[in-house]
Design a protein around this ligand. Structure first.
Ligand code: ATP
Ligand code: MG
Length: 727
């Protein structure tokens, strides 16, 4: 089927042709046949790289241009949301307005109402529903990419609830659910009342194989011999692919391994760089260091200049983007990543090497084999049609037995069935409160109605949920989050606020209980309180650190809102919250990033993730304090929020707000006598240029910023005078 034959407006067809898309891929053609353009729900289950995104795009074009509808595109990962956003903005020339929305969970983002095509994460969509964003009513097409996420214990229920609520609000909504790895696709299709589009077709051959003793044996029984100039199989597999002008993506099981692989490979990869590659990479390495300079990025910059990068969630989003772009530009030859790059993304990897099929499970305390589904997602990053004519995915075996094991359990295995994770009471409770607070349901019956739309109800019968719903309501009532009047369940103002703040109920109750215990507290005590909640990432305590944190606890127990628990397990969790609070305290006391990285064994991206979540929770605590009339805490928490946001002591809060000034430079200004905006407005550009790390450009931009502020102030004053005149 040709693009010209599609029942789409002419300008849409032209736009597709201009992208070089003439003929539909078989899964796309099948999707059309099954009713994509007749607004039928579809579950598309077809291999990686088979063009599922274009199915979504065709559907979106139809809705926006023919129906005047609105499209919501849900993705599990921010990296994927970014990639899709940049891809979809190409339709702007058709007058289609595309928006990316992944941040701030305490807003209904009314500005999104002006957009036709909104790309977002599942969690953001959930928070928009909680705020009853008005424009959600106008959504006519919802695309759930990587729908297999439903099996994720933490994030799956959110996706289920988002889909359930949207279906309840708008029964004529079209749903497209996409995945390469669902075994029980028929069941998922029945749940969504969808047609199933299932194929095994892939535009580019993906050979999956196992390396053992100098050879790769592939699933089609072909073999290739890998020369062995080095002692390590990984090195040989990488160099072999580079010698044939391919690029390589290596998946490692831990962040530490991504770094050690990159280190080991750097000197072997260097010789594959052209002079132009090197020039580009030197520049990019410099760019990364100018964004964030610390031990980790220094290593990264060194390896990058040799053509290899590591990529994991410990790096900032901007750094990760630079790496992804350099790989796409074929300047970087090898990327060693954790599964952060495992789903959905299009990268030019001819060979994907899964260096280890085991992953450490901290809850169980041992290594376990990864699910087949994850293996298939990683493998599927190889051989993407816009980059390569074929792809190879390789697992590494150390023995012949292991080779048999890998062939049977990964290469020839099918991905696992997907099952709902809604049964967790804690998670369900939070979602039930959200449904009540945002008026999606006002009695048991309506709650059950929403839940009836979940995959859980489809798989396990809604009757199982009845009891959980009753228990949840009792729990919410006991904690004063809902009340019941004339047979209607309503959220209390507190319940509503908790739901909008997008925090776990347990987080809220922990914070509230704490704040009620004392009138005032130290920043450390507040930070410790939020570190106790289930919403903050946990820092593990290593055995050798036990004594250190026990001492800190001894010294500072008097400050805390909460006493240490008796149980051994609880005590350990408590200590780890002391560690988190200590990291945050260092951060707001201006301890350098490098020092934090060393002291807590974290990456810069972790510092970012922890401080961002902490800022959110401190803000939530201040909102809860307001709601409950605990006013003695409010000012403290508001100031602490700013300190956590910028990582500074109180005295820098005024000047840190200047654009382009981070905490290091703000400190330099302060130590040189510029302690307020007023001090700075008295300084000249040349005064400021002389300071270390400031320089003429920044000095000028500081002055411009201050000028801008002055203008804003004078506009306000002018307006005020006019209004006075009027009266
Ligand atoms: N009809 C077509 N003609 C030419 N190229 C196409 C066509 N359809 C899709 N492509 C290209 O094929 C690639 C398919 O990537 P896409 O992201 O859609 O894969 P996917 O099916 O979503 O895989 P994954 O499961 O890995 O997410 C894209 O580069 C896209 O531009
Ligand atoms: Mg995809």
């Amino acid at each position: 089927m040709y693009v010209e034959e599609l029942d789409l407006p002419e300008n849409a067809i032209k736009a597709l042709l201009a992208r070089g898309i003439k003929k539909l891929f078989p899964p796309q053609e099948l999707a059309i046949k099954r009713g994509l353009l007749r607004y039928k729900n579809l579950v598309v289950c077809s291999p990686t790289a088979s063009g599922k995104t274009l199915i979504a795009e065709i559907g979106a074009l139809k809705h926006i241009l023919d129906l005047g509808g609105k499209v919501l595109y849900l993705t599990p990962l921010r990296a994927l949301a970014n990639e899709k956003y940049y891809a979809f903005t190409q339709y702007e020339k058709l007058g289609i307005k595309t928006a990316l929305s992944t941040g701030d969970y305490d807003s209904d983002d009314p500005w999104l109402g002006d957009y036709d095509w909104i790309i977002t994460t599942n969690e953001k969509a959930d928070s928009l529903l909680r705020h009853r964003a008005k424009w959600l009513r106008y959504v006519t097409l919802i695309i759930a990419d990587e729908i297999h996420l439903i099996r994720d214990p933490k994030r799956g229920p959110t996706l289920e609830m988002v889909l359930a609520k949207l279906r309840k609000v708008n029964s004529s909504l079209q749903i497209l659910a996409l995945s390469a790895t669902i075994r029980n696709a028929k069941e998922v299709a029945e749940w969504l009342k969808a047609e199933l589009v299932k194929t095994d077709w892939r535009p580019v051959v993906l050979k999956e194989g196992v390396y053992f003793s100098g050879e790769i044996l592939f699933n089609d029984n072909s073999r290739i011999v890998i020369s062995e100039p080095y002692s390590n199989p990984l090195d040989n597999l990488v160099v072999d692919c580079l010698s044939n002008k391919g690029q390589v993506l290596v998946f490692a099981s831990t962040r530490g391994n991504t770094v050690s692989y990159a280190r080991r490979l750097a000197d072997k990869v260097r010789r594959f760089l052209t002079r132009e590659d090197s020039r580009y990479l030197v520049e990019k390495a410099r760019e990364i260091l100018s964004l964030e300079k610390n031990r980790i990025t220094e290593n990264l910059a060194e390896y990058m200049q040799k053509g290899v990068a590591f990529h994991h969630a410990g790096l900032s989003h901007r750094t990760r983007k630079i790496i992804e772009d350099a790989f796409r530009e074929a300047k970087l030859k090898v990327v060693c990543a954790t599964p952060t790059l495992a789903a959905g993304v299009n990268l030019p990897a001819r060979r994907v090497i899964i260096a280890s099929y085991r992953r450490y499970n901290p809850e169980l305390g041992y290594f376990e084999p990864i699910p087949v589904l994850e293996y298939k997602q990683m493998a599927g990053r190889a051989g993407r049609p816009q980059y390569d004519k074929y792809g190879e995915a390789v697992l590494i075996a150390r023995t012949a037995d292991e080779m048999d094991y890998l062939l049977e359990n990964y290469i020839h295995a099918k991905p696992e069935r997907i099952s709902s994770q809604m049964a967790s009471e804690r998670i369900l409770r939070t979602h039930i409160l959200a449904s009540i607070a945002s008026d999606f349901a006002s009695n048991k019956h309506e709650l059950q109605q929403i839940l009836r739309f979940t995959f859980y109800a489809h798989q396990f019968a809604v009757e199982d949920l009845v009891e959980i719903v009753d228990d949840s309501i009792r729990y919410l009532h006991r904690d004063n989050l809902v009340f019941i009047r004339n047979g209607e369940i309503k959220a209390t103002p507190l319940g509503r606020r908790i739901s909008q703040l997008y925090i776990d109920i347990e987080t809220a109750t922990t914070i509230i209980k704490g704040l009620k215990r004392r009138e005032k507290a130290t920043p450390f005590a507040y930070l410790h309180l939020i570190a106790l909640t289930p919403d903050i990432p946990k820092l593990h305590i290593r055995r050798r650190e036990l004594e250190k944190y026990e001492k800190i606890l001894d010294l500072r127990a008097g400050e805390l809102f909460v006493e240490e628990p008796m149980g051994e397990e609880e005590y350990r969790v408590f200590l780890s919250s002391i560690k988190t609070a200590k990291l945050l305290e260092d951060w707001i006391n201006e301890v350098s990033d490098d020092q934090i990285i060393i002291s807590y064994d974290v990456g810069p991206g972790d510092i970012y993730a922890i401080t961002q979540t902490a800022e959110w929770l401190v803000y939530s605590a201040s909102e809860l304090a307001k709601e409950l009339g605990l006013y003695s805490h409010v000012a403290n928490l508001l100031e602490l929020r700013q300190r956590v946001k910028y990582g500074v002591k109180s005295e820098l809060l005024e000047i840190i707000k200047i654009k382009g000034i981070g905490r290091v430079r703000a400190r330099i200004l302060y130590e040189n006598g510029y302690r307020s905006l007023e001090d700075l407005s008295r300084a000249s550009v040349s005064d400021l240029s002389r300071l270390p790390l400031i320089g003429p450009r920044l000095a000028k931009s500081i002055k411009e910023f201050l000028e801008g502020l002055r203008e804003e102030v004078s506009i306000v004053i002018e307006r005020e005078i006019r209004i006075e005149d009027y009266f």
